[in-house]
Design a protein around this ligand. Sequence first.
Ligand code: S3P
Length: 434
Amino acid sequence: MRFATLTVSMVEHISPAKSLSGSVVLPGDKSISHRYGMLASLADGTSKIRNYSTGADCQSTLACMRSMGIPIESGEETLIHGKGLGGLSAPAEMLDAGNSGSTIRMLSGILAAQPFVSRIGGDESLSRRPMQRIMTPLAEMGARIEARDGKFPPLTITGGPLRPIEYTLPVASAQVKTCVLFAGLSAPGRTSVVESVRTRDHSELALREFGVDISHTGHVISVEGPAHLKPLELYVPGDLSSAAFFLVAAQVVSESDLVIQGVGLNPTRSGLLDFLVGMGCNIQVLDVQQTNGELIGSLRVRKSRVRGGRIDGALAASVIDEIPVLAVLGAVSEDGLSVHDAAELRVKETDRIATIAENFKRMGLSIDVRPDGFDVPGRQQFHAAELNSFGDHRIAMAFSIAALAADGPCVMEDASAASVSFPGFFATLQRIAA
Ligand code: S3P
């Protein structure tokens, strides 16, 4: 098995917890931050973004936009001085997407329309992730893209005038959908994406906020180009995928009562909550509001009796990022968890089916692995172990939550990977655990 390794390594020691209590504030949603960062750069003027994700992935997006001449001030608020759809300048060096699949895939749609050649790559993990899924539609639109071995980063993108297309997604991927829609902003006419499985719609909501002519009818999403984007004041809700670690933590620790503040509750993401409630988790949604087209609310979660569950079909696509921590929940549940139709897990930051199985083995837990998922029996005893993130943020956090239920202290190697989406994760865990 090959796993990613990070150059900056950090070890965290995690002790078993008896109780979890208090309030949790999450970083801004990763998916929404990327989109706001890119679109604000293409807007005609200055956008002000509050609660932009502090995670390394979203900072990679800002760094790429800065490298193309967009002035960005990061502080309490993120100020992005957009220069319009044609305002980017050729980067002097290769753009660095770091660990971020969203950055490379979504930004490629923008790069494909530029009157310059650009190169974009990232770390070792990103360099192993498939890019044909964006290369195919962008080539159809008229862009020239070269990749390592024809499919891996770094990409060399020779941009230019694009033609609009109608593209049916062969894999359920919001990144690919977004890539094509972002390219369509510059193509004269109507660019459409057809998706048979609904994926997160943050791009559609953001594009509408920025004033783009966008329609969504049935399975077809279309944008009219060339577009003009207006600058905005935006607020990024807390990241539901980060909330998932604490929703599960409250089920693995015997006395738990947490409030998670200001979380994004977009219906294309909140299948997670329906699934958890269906398993028996006691979750209350408080103070729901809308901001920039996105739903936001707080979640109160308490320890409950958790039955088993099955994830397949469209649900698998909608909770794909939460599956590592749901695997942990499956092992403490009464009837276990069965995951199907989730082969995409194999091409995430790590092969997550393999990295989940490896950490299960280290904790003495059983799991049966299949090419597209796994079965985890319930009512298992978690044993103290040396765990490893293998450089994957969600594996670092999922198994740190598992460690709270172990029969002794655990070690998490390469724990710093968590900062890709949640730099304050371990400090938060320490603050709420007793
Ligand atoms: C994302 C889409 C999903 C998800 C990723 C973020 C997005 O990836 O796993 O973490 O922001 O659009 P895919 O598009 O590959 O399914």
